[in-house]
Design a protein around this ligand. Structure first.
Ligand code: NAD
Length: 451
């Protein structure tokens, strides 16, 4: 049995030795992380298959490949990001220079969820290493095999003082939160995000919260319906809908509802066959609890496609719900599964009003070829990030910050944003001793007239 206090002490001691601040050390550790992933890609895919029945290609596409690319990008750019930045100096600091230094916080706690259990654990770790922190990782108790593998791999490739994994459920998570960390990076639900923030406030620990919520996908009558259907089906049913940025529900202009639904059905069959819930390449629902929760959401709903499931394999077919209103039960919580409700609309102003009446979403997707309306949606709705004429793709870029806003989260990461998130920016004025203007010093009598 592990001793949490001992692990954290060990990490604090490791950090205090100062070696993690050395750029070469950090670049070496990022290279080791890359090696760890590349040498064990088959074991990672096998664990993801056991946890979520992810097809090896899907695991590579959404967990492994994305990480290898991010590490390469960070290794290439870190020497530049790491340099102190010279900035302008106001006249009041005449004969001096001003610089912003990036320094690591110390020991960072990374708490991750089960839906992309490898990617969502390693991705923040890349930023934490790049910035020079030691990291304690608490993966999810639901993705049992991946968490087990993470513990094993991290112990084999890194010293525990630098990176450690502590497995366990919410009780272990709460024990960890009792301790003082220098940074907390949390990915998970809105509800638990609030618990994390409250716990962090006890030690005034800064946090990044990568949360969830209901992400709308809007399709208007000018959209390329065939491409829209194809990209929606891919983005929604990837990982069987258990994706934080999956389109949670569709807002479809009434005039095109029928045509769009028919194309969506065609692509579901083309991608997953006639019986998706028996397809070995189609992911399963993580646990029986979540499986039952999703089946409950189907009760008394108008199922227009899908709806079948397999209790043994815990798979639920891609399912479309029609005649949905904003008050329907399925619209009251994040779905996080392969159920896609469809709400119709007549005008884009109505859509903007409805979405703005709800918590700010993590993602928003808009299918339209009307440029004016595309800009209107982007300008008038606040959301974490998204795509015009696609789904999900905003997450796979190291060039853009990824994160939520309002209830969907705070802070961001990926690429440079990860480095910035895990480092404190220290502003320093280097003053010359050659001149010293007396104006600022007391006594102040009669000095106002000089200003
Ligand atoms: P969760 O919030 O239940 O759990 C996340 C982590 O928090 C786990 O490691 C868990 O052990 C821990 N935890 C659970 N309850 C806790 C408590 N009371 N106190 C302290 N720690 C606790 O989330 P989940 O079910 O693993 O993941 C699904 C949620 O995560 C969805 O809401 C989804 O939208 C969100 N998510 C967001 C992102 C993102 O990047 N924004 C990515 C993936 C998932």
């Amino acid at each position: 049995m592990f001793n949490i206090k001992e692990i954290i002490n060990n990490q604090n001691n490791y950090f205090e030795k100062g070696q993690t601040k050395d750029l070469t050390f950090r670049l070496n550790k990022l290279t080791v992380l890359k090696k760890m992933i590349a040498e064990n890609d088959e074991a990672i895919m096998a664990a993801l298959k056991k946890d979520l029945n992810k097809a090896p290609f899907e695991s590579y596409e959404t967990e492994i490949g994305i990480l290898l690319e991010e590490i390469n990008y960070v290794i290439k750019n870190l020497p530049r990001w790491d340099k102190r930045k010279k900035v302008c100096t106001p006249l009041i600091n005449f004969l001096s220079s001003s610089h912003v230094y990036s320094e690591p916080y110390g020991v960072a706690l990374v708490i991750s969820p089960w839906n992309y259990p490898f990617q969502l654990t390693i991705s923040p770790l890349i930023g934490s290493i790049a910035a020079g922190n030691c990291t304690l990782i608490k993966p999810s108790e639901y993705s049992v095999y991946t968490s087990e593998l993470l513990e094993d791999l991290i112990a084999r490739y890194f010293e525990p003082g630098f990176i450690s994994v502590v497995k366990g459920d919410k009780d272990v998570s709460q024990q960890l939160l009792e301790e003082k960390f220098d940074y907390i990076f949390f990915t998970g639900s809105v509800e638990v995000g609030k618990i994390i923030m409250k716990a962090a406030s006890k030690h005034l620990t800064p946090v990044t919260l990568e949360l969830g919520g209901k992400s709308p996908c809007i399709i208007d009558e000018t959209a390329d319906l065939d491409l829209a259907a194809k990209r929606i089906v891919w983005g929604k049913f990837l990982n069987a809908g258990q994706t934080c940025i999956a389109p949670d529900y569709l807002l479809v202009q009434s005039t095109i509802e029928k045509a769009l639904v028919s194309k969506i059905e065609t692509y579901i069959e083309q991608f997953y066959g006639k019986e998706p819930h028996r397809n070995d390449d189609y992911p399963k629902i993580i646990s029986m609890n979540h499986f039952q929760r999703l089946l409950n959401l189907l009760k008394d709903q108008k199922i227009i496609a899908g709806g079948n499931y397999d209790l043994n394999s815990q798979q639920i077919e891609p399912t479309l719900l029609g005649a949905v209103s904003w008050d329907s039960p399925v619209m009251q919580e994040e779905i996080f599964g392969p159920i896609l409700p469809i709400i119709t609309f007549d005008t884009i102003d109505e859509v903007i009003r409805s979405v703005n009446n709800r918590p700010k979403p993590l993602a928003l997707y808009y299918f339209s070829t009307n440029k004016k309306r595309q800009n209107k949606i982007i300008e008038e709705i606040s959301f974490g990030g998204g795509c015009v004429n696609d789904t999900i793709m905003q997450v796979g870029s190291s060039y853009m910050p990824f994160g939520g806003v309002g209830e969907s989260g705070m802070g961001s990461y990926h690429g440079k944003a990860s480095f910035d998130t895990f480092s404190h920016k220290k502003s320093v004025v280097h003053k010359s001793n050659l001149v010293d203007i007396n104006l600022r010093y007391p006594p102040f009598k009669n000095k106002l007239k000089w200003i």
